[in-house]
Structures are given as structure tokens and as C-alpha cells.
Design a protein around this ligand. Structure first.
Ligand code: NI
Ligand code: MN
Length: 224
């Protein structure tokens, strides 16, 4: 699998399928790709905040790719004319042999525009393609990350470390203890001033726990 960080919480996972998660590209000062350049089979959205839903509607329509989202957000996106797969936490989508499981996240999820609409709840995903990857979405650390680790055994964990809106480097260390992945890629930091962090300091501390931390710059990939 080739895992490319496109900035913030946006990752491109290229295994047997091409999957993009949280395609916030337009308006992301760190983004290294434009929505018009993205060619994918499937889009996963962790919740309806603008820095995650991002360009999902445009990419979905241009690529004819369904958006996987929690049920309420999927209903909202279907009204925008997108193909959707509305599921819920605990569920697994078998997408041509690639398994996409929706897991819990501890975070708010309403859509904030001129009015506030219910977005269901915030979630994370485990993608079991040729490699198992856990994308935590926006979340604080929670004890049930131990269950995610036990059940899905993700080799790679994509974890927010920005703090302020999500886990910080300190609490992400606790998440690593619970999940027990082999590789961690930090995300959701340095996009905006409130989430400024030093990923190299996080790497030093996290690698004391026996995991490998791969710090990517936006646009860079890890092949495993
Ligand atoms: Ni959020
Ligand atoms: Mn966010």
C-alpha cells in the first residue's frame, strides 16, 4: 500500500482500491493537491466539519465515487447529489474485498454553516486492504482504542496530535499504548496556529513505546 498525506487529516490510501479520507484540500493552506487532481474509487469522511468534509462532494461527483459516512451525514450528502454509503459505528462495508469498518471517535459532529445541522456523530475508520490502516478522525484518546487494536490489529495508525480540537502529542502517546500499532503517522497539526506542534519531539517520545513513527510532509508517501 502507498499512504500519501495530503495535509491535515487527508490521506490517500492506494492498495487494491484508491481511497481518500477527509479530502480537505481547497482552503487548506498546507494542502499539496487540488481536488481536480484526485482520482479515487471511494471517499471516507469522518465527520461533517469543514476541515474533513472538505471537497468530498466535488470529488465524489467527478470520480463517480461513493462517499462513506455516518448515516445522518450520508443522508445530507445524498441530498447534494452524491452516491453515498451511510453506515454506523460497529459496521463493516465489504467493498470488493476491501473491508472498511466504522469505529468510534470522541468529538462533535454537527455541520456548522448559516445554521447548525446534525451531522450524526464523529467516527474513525479501519481500512483492511493489503495493509490494515486505522484513521482516527478527530478524537480525544478513549479506552476503547484498546478494542480497536485488539479486533482490527491495525499495522498503521493515523493519529491527530494537534491538540486544541483533538488529542495532543501527550494523549496520542496513550492512544499508541492502547492501539499497539507498528507504525504511526501523525496528522491534524500545524495547519492552523492553534494546532501547532513539533512532530519530531512526538516521534522521540512515541518511539520509546516501541512503535515506528513516520513524519511525513504534506504530499509525501509511505510505501509498505
Ligand atoms: Ni472536527
Ligand atoms: Mn478537524
Amino acid at each position: 500500500m502507498k499512504i500519501t498525506w495530503l495535509g491535515h487529516a487527508c490521506f490517500l490510501l492506494e492498495g487494491r482500491k484508491r481511497i481518500i479520507v477527509d479530502p480537505f484540500l481547497s482552503g487548506n493552506p498546507m494542502a499539496k493537491a487540488k481536488p481536480g487532481e484526485i482520482d479515487v474509487d471511494l471517499i471516507l469522511v469522518t465527520h461533517g466539519h469543514g476541515d474533513h468534509l472538505g471537497d468530498a462532494v466535488e470529488i465524489s461527483q467527478r470520480c463517480d465515487a461513493p462517499i462513506v459516512a455516518v448515516y445522518e451525514l450520508a443522508v445530507y450528502l445524498s441530498k447534494k447529489g452524491c452516491k453515498v454509503v451511510g453506515m454506523n459505528v460497529g459496521g463493516t462495508l465489504d467493498y470488493d474485498g476491501v473491508k472498511i469498518s466504522m469505529v468510534n471517535a470522541v468529538h462533535s459532529a454537527d455541520l456548522v454553516g448559516d445554521e447548525i445541522l446534525s451531522g450524526g456523530k464523529a467516527v474513525g475508520y479501519v481500512v483492511e486492504d493489503d495493509v490494515s490502516v486505522y484513521h482516527a478522525g478527530d478524537t480525544d484518546v478513549f479506552m476503547d482504542m484498546a478494542l480497536i487494536g485488539e479486533i482490527y490489529k491495525p499495522k498503521v495508525a493515523l493519529l491527530p496530535i494537534g491538540g486544541f480540537y483533538t488529542m495532543s502529542p501527550k494523549t496520542a502517546l496513550k492512544a499508541i499504548e492502547l492501539l499497539k500499532p507498528e507504525i504511526v503517522i501523525p496528522m491534524h497539526y500545524n495547519t492552523f496556529p492553534p494546532i501547532k506542534q513539533n512532530p519530531e519531539e512526538f516521534k522521540v517520545e512515541a518511539e520509546k513505546l516501541g512503535v515506528k513513527v513516520v513524519v511525513l510532509n504534506p504530499g509525501e508517501s509511505l510505501e509498505i
